[in-house]
Design a protein around this ligand. Structure first.
Ligand code: ADP
Ligand code: MG
Ligand code: ZN
Length: 479
């Protein structure tokens, strides 16, 4: 396979389906919870039985409106639920309720830190509300496909970007940022393993400098952000190889197979889409009052981008540090608590990014050292009481067993004594105990210095500041 060579530009647009965090489904009272026994969370409405009427879930609409506001979209006072018609075993009604010509919201933007271009803005072309379909289970019975309709009618929003991304890593970064925003605002748990966030990735390539878009393909069936990046990379490379070989890209839907890291076309029967959209006669147009929108706006917390900018100005952090610290609401709150407890903002950022997050990664995302304790630890390093190395040991100990850093450092015997009078006392003791080595040193055997420092460390039980000890040793031995 040809690796993307020079001369080609990659163009990517993403369609993300996100399950709204509601107790019940979009148009009926059935539970929307994941993991119930198959076909137990169903009723005449979500099974599409004749005569059953849908009623919109108010909580879902609140969350959808908050999502649109969080993404800076224009909300439309009137939007229309439409039927998207197709036949598939997991769709008992024969249509999905979605929004088509008149979506809930359009024209939003999400800024994110591109690994290649730095702070970048992706356009959100539209955000609409829809219901999910059921699930076909291919691994439940040998050679048979089983259907679970629990997911039918679960509330979703679909978020569509412009063809704005220029590389697979950039697309991944946008998705991470989108997920952060939706999690911050409590809109979705964004758990890809449970299917509450699903991505369809559209990609094309064009000659560098070209303005017209190339023919795109759409890659589906991708179940992690890492796989989004991989799938886009293999598909981008496939298109380039095809074009460089004189072929043409055919517009089609592809399925990604993570086991082979390859893509294959979806069966064409599943691709021939004439959805025959029309407004759902059972649902009146969705009208949003300004008051309702304002209420949802008031429910939004400070969002990551705003927080990131505030961190940059308030704490003088780099965009990358601020980005990492604001990626997760709990981490951002933790960082601010450390600073409020008196730690230097820049040192606190380094500690949180390097030590706290690494520790959290291996300990179930727990921020195990309380903010006050970390602030104290940072102060101990700054004041010369602990070396950076010793502080890491104390950090690990506090994370594991708790306690005040000051006491833990004493107990571990790693407190540095930087008082020159005290250290000088140890030096005198050591020189007195080793008269022969003193003579040899004075005769020019300066390689004995580490021996003396080692003895001072021993006498001080590891507490002497070794640099200070050496300086005093040099002074006394020169005399
Ligand atoms: P479709 O009608 O096939 O669904 P849309 O115009 O609705 O296509 O776009 C779907 C997604 O594909 C959007 O995210 C859009 O930005 C993206 N997209 C559209 N055209 C291209 C292209 N030529 N290359 C890459 N992405 C594209
Ligand atoms: Mg589309
Ligand atoms: Zn139902």
């Amino acid at each position: 396979m040809t690796v993307a060579g020079g001369g080609w530009e990659t163009v990517i647009g993403l369609e993300t389906h996100v399950q709204l965090r509601t107790a019940s489904k979009m148009f009926c009272g059935c539970s929307a919870a994941f993991g119930a026994p198959p076909n137990t969370n169903v009723c005449p409405v979500c099974l599409g039985l004749p005569g059953a009427l849908p009623v919109p879930n108010e909580q879902a609409l609140k969350l959808a409106v908050r999502a649109a506001l969080a993404l800076g979209c224009t909300l439309h006072p009137k939007s229309v639920f439409a039927r998207k018609n197709y036949f598939y075993p997991d769709l008992p009604k024969g249509y999905q309720i979605s929004q088509f010509e008149q979506p809930l919201a359009t024209q939003g933007a999400l800024s994110y830190v591109s690994p290649e271009r730095g702070l970048t803005t992706a356009t959100i072309v539209r955000l609409h509300v829809e219901e999910d379909a059921g699930k076909s289970l291919h691994d439940r019975f040998p050679k048979e496909t089983a259907i679970d309709l629990n997911r039918c009618g679960v509330p979703l929003i679909e978020i569509v970007t412009g063809p704005d991304f220029r590389s697979p890593p950039e697309a991944r970064r946008y998705l991470q940022t989108l997920k952060q925003v939706l999690e911050y605002a409590g809109i979705s748990d964004c758990d890809m393993e449970k299917g509450s966030l699903r991505v369809d990735a559209n990609v094309s390539v064009r000659r560098a400098g070209a303005t017209a878009l190339g023919t795109k393909t759409e890659v589906k069936n991708i179940n992690s952000f890492a796989y989004v990046e991989k799938a886009l990379t293999v598909e981008r490379d496939r298109q380039i190889a095809l074009l460089e070989g004189g072929g043409v890209v055919e517009q089609q839907t592809l399925l990604y197979d993570s086991k082979t890291n390859g893509v294959r076309p979806q069966r064409s029967k599943e691709q021939s889409h004439d959805y025959r959209y029309f407004p759902d006669p059972d649902l009146p147009p969705l009208a949003l009052t300004e008051e309702f929108i304002a209420q949802q706006q008031a429910q939004l917390p400070e969002l990551p981008a705003t927080k990131r900018e505030r961190f940059m100005t308030q704490y003088a952090l780099s965009v990358n540090d601020a980005d990492v610290l604001t990626g997760d609401r709990a981490v951002a709150d933790y960082y601010e608590a450390v600073v409020h407890a008196g730690a230097d903002a820049k040192l606190a950022a380094n500690w949180v990014i390097n030590e706290v997050l690494a520790d959290a990664k291996t300990h179930d995302e727990q921020l195990r050292v309380p903010p006050g304790a970390l602030a104290q630890l940072i102060g101990l390093v700054r004041g010369g009481t602990l070396s950076q190395q010793a502080a890491k040991r104390v950090f690990a100990e506090v994370a594991e067993r708790g306690g005040e850093p000051r006491n833990v450092a004493e107990a571990l015997g790693v407190v540095q004594v930087g008082d020159s009078g005290v250290v000088a006392g140890w030096v005198t003791e050591v020189l007195g105990a080793h008269p022969q080595e003193v003579v040899r040193y004075k005769q020019g055997e300066t390689k004995l210095m580490p021996f003396f420092v080692g003895q001072v460390m021993k006498v001080s039980r590891g507490k002497a500041d070794p640099k200070l000890a050496q300086r005093i040793l040099e002074e006394k031995l020169a005399a």
